[in-house]
Design a protein around this ligand. Structure first.
Ligand code: MG
Length: 299
C-alpha cells in the first residue's frame, strides 16, 4: 500500500492507495461512524496514520465489504497533487557520504561510523513543487536518496531488530548548495546552511509500505535532468545499511512514527540550474519530479 498527502477543501488529508485505488480514509472513517454508530479513528497527520495503520487496513476491509461495487466511486480521492508525506514536527535525519564512490568524489575519507545531519521538515516540498534556486547560491546539486520512514517508537534498538521499526520507504532529494558546503566543511563548520534553505528538501510522492519492498538494499536509484539520465547507483552499495543506521541513531535519540532517515546520495553528484527539471526514480518506489526556478521568477 501507499500512503500519501493530498488537499481537500483547503485542508491537508491523508490517503491510502490500495489495489491501485486512492482512498480518502477520513471520508471512509466518517461513513463507518455514521453506519456503525461507533466512534471511528481520525487521521489528522502522517504520523497518526502510520501509528494507526492497522485500523486503516481494517477500515478498508470494512469499506470494501460494506460498499462492494461502489466502494471506489464513493471514497476515491479526486487528486490534484501530492504534498510531502511528512509532518512538520517530524525529524529528517540524513546520512552524509554513505556510498564509497560518493565519499571519494567529495574528497572525504570513507566514514568509519555514520555521518549524520538534520534537515527541517518545515522546508519540505512535494512532488511537482518548485525547488527555488536561491539568489545567493553558486552551485545547487540535487542528491537522490532512498529514505526510510519509521513506523513506531524506537530507542536503543539492536541492529538485529531494527528493521521491525520501519514503516516504509520514500524518495528524498537532499538539495545542497555545494560551494557553501565545501567552504563550511573546510572551516570545520556545521553543514547547516548548505543543507537547510527554503525548498532544499523534496520528499515523496508517497510512502510505500515495507511489505512491497523485498530488499531495500537492492534498489536502483536514478536521477534525470530534463529527461536525461545523469546519476545512478544501487542501494546495495550503501556503507551503513538501514538496520545498522537505525540502531546507531536510536542510541542518541528517540525516533517516532513518521520520522525519516535519508540514506545518502548515490555517487555522481552534479549541479543543476534554473529551468531544469529533476526526476529521481527508485525501483518499486516511484518517481519524484521537481522543477528548479530562480527565486526572482516565483510570482
Ligand atoms: Mg545527501
Amino acid at each position: 500500500m501507499k500512503l500519501f498527502v493530498f488537499e481537500s477543501s483547503g485542508f491537508l488529508n491523508v490517503g491510502v492507495t490500495v489495489d491501485g485505488l486512492q482512498i480518502n480514509i477520513n471520508s471512509l472513517a466518517e461513513a463507518m461512524e455514521h453506519i456503525e454508530g461507533k466512534e471511528a479513528p481520525y487521521f489528522d497527520s502522517v504520523s497518526s496514520a502510520i501509528e494507526q495503520f492497522d485500523s486503516i487496513v481494517k477500515l478498508i476491509e470494512w469499506g470494501k465489504e460494506t460498499f462492494k461495487d461502489v466502494f471506489s466511486t464513493l471514497f476515491r480521492v479526486k487528486r490534484g497533487k501530492y504534498y510531502p508525506p511528512i509532518d512538520e514536527s517530524s525529524m529528517v535525519i540524513c546520512l552524509g557520504k554513505n556510498y564509497v564512490e560518493h565519499a571519494k568524489e567529495t574528497g572525504g575519507e570513507i566514514p568509519e561510523e555514520p555521518i549524520l545531519f538534520g534537515k527541517y521538515a518545515r522546508l519540505a516540498i512535494g512532488d511537482t513543487d518548485t525547488i527555488i534556486y536561491p539568489s545567493w547560491a553558486t552551485r545547487v546539486d540535487p542528491e537522490p536518496e532512498l529514505a526510510v520512514v519509521i513506523g513506531r517508537l524506537c530507542k536503543d534498538v539492536e541492529k538485529e531488530n531494527a528493521m521491525e521499526y520501519v514503516f516504509g520507504y520514500t524518495i528524498v532529494n537532499d538539495v545542497t548548495e555545494r560551494n557553501i558546503e565545501n567552504k563550511d566543511v573546510k572551516k570545520g563548520l556545521p553543514w547547516f546552511r548548505s543543507k537547510n534553505f527554503d525548498t532544499s528538501l523534496a520528499i515523496g510522492p508517497y510512502i510505500v509500505t515495507k511489505d512491497e519492498i523485498n530488499d531495500p538494499h537492492n534498489l536502483f536509484i536514478e536521477l534525470y535532468v530534463n529527461g536525461n539520465l545523469k546519476q545512478s547507483g544501487n542501494t546495495k552499495d550503501m556503507i551503513f545499511k538501514i538496520d545498522e543506521t537505525i540502531s546507531y541513531i536510536s542510541r542518541y535519540l528517540t525516533l517516532l512514527p513518521g520520522d525519516i532517515i535519508s540514506t545518502g546520495t548515490v555517487p555522481g553528484i552534479l549541479p543543476v540550474k534554473a529551468g531544469d527539471e529533476i526526476s529521481i526514480k527508485i525501483d518499486r518506489i516511484g518517481t519524484l519530479t521537481n522543477k528548479v526556478k530562480h527565486d526572482v521568477d516565483i510570482g
